[in-house]
Structure formats: structure tokens, C-alpha cells
Design a protein around this ligand. Structure first.
Ligand code: NAP
Ligand code: HSE
Length: 453
């Protein structure tokens, strides 16, 4: 029985989906039942990465949603509006929706899930996180028996591609970003990638699924790679670390009994560039690849790895969702009856802890005067705030000059450059130490401050 597909968007992802539907040979037999009925674009005259019957193209996306021949609406246009309204209109018309739009789901997921549950339709989002990596359905279904302790990952392909090439080739940030855009990895506005917003959308979605409650997207502390200096990537490397943009969601009080916290969990959710020891499972994830490390009780550590962006991988995830819905339709399930594991479910309140209470290791780079006693004063400031130092390294003027000449950014001139790595400490104490260090007359500036695992 043919199943009508309506596409909202025929850009990187939409063209990838259309290409799969146009070549069902060798794939699951259900792919051959999927028929593309209508496709919304902004500019029908634009050259496309896939050849398509031009009469399918419309510029009014409502025509896709309202077309009675469209059974499943696939939203791959991006942006908040009209994407959100079109998803809600499709649901109201009794149509299941597949979307890759993490920005909409991270902000309006609860509203959308409630509307879908009321109308008895599915909204599936596998492509919204991790590109081609299956992570949404595994969290909803395969890992459902676990108490999730932590979800951490590299969930933005653009920034991982940029950081990998900066580290491997010393490539310039702007050049590599332009390559990521050309390859179709970046968002329409790449600020969402490089400022960390895209990763924050994704960790909000993953945390919501892992912990069973909705996450206040706007409250997630978010830092991107746009202010990261190449010299910190270089120094991290010299100290045995790689720098990755990490998104993390973890239970704040891991020591609390799971039973006592069952209806209300406090979470530490955040996105920031992070120094990972080279031995860490996420440290070797390079290029456009993403990886998500899930730590659960009793499963232990499970890592999901694969291409995190691009036409083919993302379309793979979109079509997998379409097949899930098509399979249920083929079974002839009664209208409105939903598989509770395939539909999103929420069962508790989640709140984000004040970041001042969270605990981390830190990397700090200070520009100082090059004179006797400076390291002692810095050590005293850390010690007074009860921040324990793991290592402290002073770079000579000649070393900073050579880092500059290899593309690592501006050096410290005749001053000194001091890099400190702390042991794990409460964020409030660390900030107290930094304030005292900044006030030292010998310290010109705190040039970089990064989290360390
Ligand atoms: P894209 O290349 O910019 O494509 C967007 C498509 O939507 C274009 O075909 C555009 O038409 C169409 N469109 C946008 N606004 C429209 C409107 N108001 N009316 C009609 N058509 C409209 O974007 P993309 O990279 O495919 O991403 C699409 C979605 O997937 C986004 O939510 C993104 O976050 C998500 N996603 C992307 C990737 C990736 O690797 N690219 C991976 C995972 C998820 P024109 O072609 O005529 O301009
Ligand atoms: N711009 C996103 C990224 C696309 O680079 O990861 C995949 O969600």
C-alpha cells in the first residue's frame, strides 16, 4: 500500500531524503511503498542536488500539509517559524511528522508532543541529534530499563570538523568554517554551530529523553568555539589533551538514592569547549563525526558513533523514522493508538542546578608580567580559595613567539604566559580564585578559561 510523503524543504537534508525515496533498490522493502507527493521550497528555479518531477514543487508549505495524498509530513526546512506552526498544523490534520529540526524540538517539544498525543499521531526526531547516528530511539527504547547517570557527547559536526582540522593542520578557523558550510554541515546561520546553540538544542533533547522531563532550553549554560584561540588547542595538545565542544547532561547528586529522586531530578546540563585526555573515549572522534557516550545503571558505558551531519547520514535517520511510522500504518493499528515507547513520554520534573554549585576541573591561561614571585602569588590565590592545582606551566617568551608563528594567535609579548590546570573544584570557589588572580597587579588578563575532564 503506497504511503504519501510530503517534504517541507529540499535543501541538504530534503534532497538526501528524496534521493533515498527515488532509489529503493536494495533497501528495506517498505522504502518502495513511500511515494513523494509534494515538496515545498522557497525558490523552485534553484538547481537541486536531486532530480525531481518539477510539478511536485510548491512554494506554499501549507499545500504540502493540506494535501490529502500526503500521509506523513517531513519537516526539513529549518528555522523556528513557520516550521513549528506547520508541524502543529500537520498534527491537527491527523498526520504523523518526521523532523530534523532540533531548534524547534528543543524549544517547543513539549507543546508538539502534547498535540501529537492528543491527536494520536507520532512526531519522530531521530535526525535532530547526531545526524546518521541512531541515538533517539535507543534512548527511548533500547536503554529504557536503565537509570541514566550521564549523557555526554560531541553533537555538532561543524565545530568538530573545525576543531579537528585546526588541531591536525593548524588550519585557520574562518577557512575551515567555509568548508563546513560548502559541505552542507553548518546551519543556515552558522552562529548556531560555532556559538554552541545547536549543541545546546541537542543536549536539551537528549536530556529530556534520558531523564524523562522537559529541560528549560534557555537555562543551559552555553559556550561555543568562536572565542577559542588556536594557541589553547596547541597548549592542550602539548599537555596531553584534545579540545572538543562537549555537551553534557548529568544527574547532579549522583550519591542521592535513585528512589528518593524519582519524581524530581536536578541536572547539570551544559555545553562548552573541553580539554579531554587523549585516552578518553570521545577524544578520538574527529572530523564531522559525532559520538554520544551514555552511562547508565546497569548497562555501564555505551557509545554511539558516526557521521553527525551532511545529506546522506541525516537522510538515513529521517527515512528510518518514516519507515517506523509506515510500518505501524501497514499493521493497521487502530487510529489514535500509539506505541508508548515510540511516542515521546515524560514522567518527572527536571530542574537545572545553579552552575556555581557544579564541580569541574579547569584549564586557565594567564598573561602576566615576567617577574619573580608571580607564580607564587597565583598559587596563593588559588590556595586561599581552596582550589587545588594539578599543574602549572610557564611558557617562555620564545615559546609563545613560536606558537604565534605557527598560527596560534597573538603572543604575550615580553610578558609571561602561565597555564594552570586545577583539580576538580566547585565552580563558585574557582570563580573566587579567578577574581583574586585578576586583581593581582602582575596579571594582565585571564586569556582563556576552559573546562577539563
Ligand atoms: P537547507 O539546506 O537550508 O534547506 C532548507 C530547505 O527548506 C530549502 O530547500 C529551502 O528552500 C526550504 N525552505 C526554507 N524555508 C522555507 C519556506 N518558508 N517555505 C518553503 N521552503 C522553505 O537546510 P538543511 O541543512 O537541509 O537543514 C534542514 C533542517 O535539518 C534544519 O532544521 C537543520 O537543523 C536540520 N539538520 C541538518 C543537518 C545537516 O547536516 N545539514 C543535519 C541534521 C539536521 P530553497 O531550497 O528554495 O531555499
Ligand atoms: N549543523 C549541524 C552540525 C547539523 O554541524 O552538527 C547536524 O545537526
Amino acid at each position: 500500500m503506497a504511503i504519501g510523503i510530503g517534504l517541507l524543504g529540499l535543501g541538504t537534508v530534503g534532497a538526501g531524503v528524496a534521493a533515498i525515496l527515488a532509489s529503493p533498490e536494495g533497501r528495506h522493502p517498505l522504502v518502495g511503498e513511500l511515494v513523494l507527493r509534494r515538496v515545498a521550497v522557497r525558490d523552485p528555479a534553484r538547481a537541486r542536488a536531486v532530480s525531481l518531477d518539477p510539478t511536485l514543487l510548491v512554494t506554499d508549505p501549507r499545500l504540502v500539509v493540506d494535501d490529502p495524498a500526503v500521509d506523513i509530513v517531513v519537516e526539513v526546512m529549518g528555522g523556528l517559524e513557520p516550521a513549528r506552526s506547520l508541524i502543529l498544523q500537520a498534527i491537527a490534520a491527523g498526520k504523523s511528522v518526521v523532523t530534523a529540526n532540533k531548534a524547534v524540538i528543543a524549544r517547543y517539544g513539549e507543546e508538539i508532543a502534547a498535540a501529537a498525543a492528543d491527536r494520536g499521531v507520532y512526531v519522530l526526531i531521530e535526525a535532530a541529534v547526531g545526524g546518521g547516528i541512531p541515538i533517539i530511539e535507543p534512548l527511548k527504547q533500547s536503554l529504557g530499563s536503565n537509570r541514566i547517570l550521564r549523557v555526554s557527547g560531541i553533537v555538532n559536526g561543524t565545530t568538530n570538523y573545525i576543531l579537528s582540522r585546526m588541531a591536525a593542520e593548524g588550519a585557520a578557523y574562518a577557512d575551515v568554517l567555509a568548508d563546513a558550510q560548502r559541505l552542507g554541515y553548518a546551519e543556515a546561520d552558522p552562529a548556531a554551530d560555532v556559538q554552541g546553540g545547536d549543541a545546546a538544542d541537542k543536549i536539551a533533547i537528549l536530556a529530556g529523553l534520558a531523564y524523562g522531563g522537559s529541560i528549560e532550553r534557555s537555562a543551559i549554560p552555553t559556550e561555543g568555539i568562536d572565542r577559542l584561540e588556536a594557541r589553547d588547542v596547541t597548549y592542550a595538545n602539548q599537555l596531553g589533551y584534545v579540545v572538543k565542544l562537549l555537551a553534557v547532561a548529568e544527574r547532579f547528586e549522583a550519591s542521592a538514592s535513585p528512589e528518593s529522586a524519582d519524581n524530581n531530578v536536578a541536572l547539570d546540563v551544559r555545553v562548552h569547549p573541553t580539554l579531554l585526555p587523549r585516552s578518553h573515549p570521545l577524544a578520538g572522534v574527529d572530523g564531522v563525526n559525532n559520538a554520544i557516550l551514555v552511562e547508565g545503571d546497569p548497562v555501564g558505558q555505551v557509545m554511539f558513533f558516526g557521521p553527525g551531519a551532511g545529506a546522506g547520514p541525516t537522510a538515513s535517520a529521517v527515512v528510518a523514522d518514516i519507515l517506523n511510522i509506515a510500518g505501524i500504518r501497514q499493521l493497521g493499528a487502530p487510529a489514535g493508538a500509539l506505541d508508548p515507547l515510540l511516542a515521546a513520554s515524560r514522567w518527572r520534573q527536571c530542574s537545572l542546578v545553579d552552575s556555581a554549585r557544579t564541580r569541574h576541573r579547569n584549564y586557565v591561561r594567564l598573561l602576566t608580567r615576567d617577574e619573580a614571585g608571580v607564580i607564587g602569588k597565583i598559587g596563593t590565590a588559588f590556595g586561599t580559595a581552596e582550589v587545588s592545582i594539578q599543574s602549572i606551566v610557564q611558557y617562555e617568551a620564545s615559546a609563545t613567539a613560536s606558537a604565534s608563528s605557527s598560527g596560534a594567535g597573538s603572543g604575550a609579548g615580553n610578558g609571561a604566559e602561565i597555564v594552570v590546570i586545577t583539580h576538580e573544584v566547585e565552580e563558585a570557589r574557582f570563580r573566587q580564585a579567578l577574581a583574586a588572580i585578576t586583581a593581582l597587579p602582575e596579571v594582565e588578563t585571564v586569556a582563556a578559561c576552559l573546562r577539563t575532564l
